[in-house]
Structure formats: structure tokens, C-alpha cells
Design a protein. Structure first.
Length: 224
């Protein structure tokens, strides 16, 4: 069983002090960066120049979540910045497998994200082309929303599929992940956790350690 990975979302960081806040989460496995274009989701966040700069100053790998239209066109440009991982939405891509192959060829890990209403079946046939599946546990677009437990059966199906087929697949959850919900997600099969306000609200290093410990204990109890 892999150790749980904690990816704090910098959407919850202090926008005027990103470099400082990236160093405050240096104990995490990666920094989760939400790129929103105000089209695919009704919010606008970081664009390419910002991501490029974050990549230069971050002490940990960047895990990009593109909530944008036309990722087929834009995602490779983000991968070329040297980020560790680029995740795009299945609902927005026209040729997801081709795009995954391009991202991997550039040197990034390829991730695919599903909105809460999109079933695992929508990606099941092509999931072997990806390094990570991101199951949104809130509607994408804004930080600080409440965790949706109704997304957990989808997560369990994805974990079961990976187990059955022997697929090496990271299962990431994003949305409302905190001390009171991370155990539920870990029990359902998640191994990579995006947490925003739960990390930055307190002392980040302590919060990261706590979340890791809770996820670890829950996964151990539920391991078959």
C-alpha cells in the first residue's frame, strides 16, 4: 500500500505571498494548482505566466488541475513548463488519449478529472493511458465547498478497477478534504488528497502530518 500523498491547494494560500506559502507546505508531496478559465468553470484563477513563476520558486512538485475549455490545445503548453503533473477534465477534452500521450511525451504525468456527475464508466475504457484519476468531491470552480459523500461509490469503483486490472493509478480527491472527511475518502480508495483551507488555516506542516496520519490509518483499516 502506498503512503498517502497530500497536495495542498494553493487556492487557499495568500495570493500576495505565494513563495512564502509554498515553503510553508514544503513537507507536502506536491502543490496543487487550480487553473480556471472562467469558461469551463465560473471562476478565473492562475494563467500560464503565474504557473511558470510558481514552478521557478516551488520547493515541491506542481500538480496542475486544468479546469479549462480546450485542454487539447492548452495542456501541453503547461506541461512544457516542467510541472510534475497535468490533469485535465474529461468533459472538456476532445481527444483525451491523444492528449495524455502528448503530456507524457513532454515529460509530465497525465491526469484526468471527473466532475461529480460524470460516472467512472465514462473513463473506464481509456484509464490505462493515465497516471492519475481525479475524482472531484465538490463541483469544480471554487474553494471552501462541502465534501460530497455521494461521490465515494465512484471512487470505490475506480479503485476496484485498478486492483482488478493491475493498473498503477493514483486516485486523487479534491474538494472539502479535511480532518473530518479524509478518512472517508481513504477508506473508499483515494491515495492522493487535495486540501486547501484545512492546510492553510492552521500551521501547514502540522496539518499535513495530521491529514497524512488520518488517511494512512483509515486506508490500513480498510485494506483487503
Amino acid at each position: 500500500m502506498t503512503a498517502p500523498r497530500i497536495h495542498p491547494s494553493i487556492l487557499a494560500a495568500d495570493f500576495a505571498n505565494f513563495e512564502r506559502d509554498l515553503h510553508r507546505i514544503a513537507d507536502a508531496d506536491a502543490a496543487h494548482v487550480d487553473v480556471m478559465d472562467n469558461h469551463f468553470v465560473p471562476n478565473l484563477t492562475f494563467g500560464q505566466p503565474m504557473v511558470e513563476r510558481l514552478q521557478q520558486v516551488s520547493p515541491i512538485p506542481l500538480d496542475l488541475h486544468l479546469m479549462i475549455d480546450d485542454p487539447d490545445r492548452w495542456a501541453p503548453q503547461f506541461a512544457e513548463m516542467g510541472v510534475d503533473s497535468v490533469t485535465f477534465h474529461l468533459e472538456a477534452a476532445t481527444a483525451p488519449v491523444t492528449l495524455a500521450k502528448r503530456l507524457r511525451a513532454i515529460g509530465a504525468r497525465a491526469g484526468v478529472a471527473l466532475r461529480p456527475g460524470t460516472p467512472f464508466a465514462a473513463v473506464e475504457e481509456i484509464i490505462e493511458h493515465f497516471d492519475m484519476l481525479l475524482i472531484m468531491t465538490v463541483e469544480p470552480g471554487f474553494g471552501g465547498q462541502s465534501f460530497m459523500p455521494e461521490t465515494m461509490p465512484k471512487l470505490s469503483r475506480a479503485r476496484e478497477h485498478a486492483r482488478r486490472t493491475g493498473l498503477e493509478l493514483q486516485l486523487q480527491v479534491d474538494g472539502g478534504i479535511a480532518a473530518d472527511t479524509i478518512e472517508i475518502a481513504a477508506a473508499a480508495g483515494a491515495d492522493t488528497f487535495v486540501a486547501g483551507s484545512a492546510v492553510f488555516r492552521g500551521e501547514p506542516a502540522e496539518q499535513i502530518a495530521l491529514l497524512r496520519e488520518l488517511a494512512s490509518a483509515s486506508a490500513a483499516v480498510h485494506a483487503h
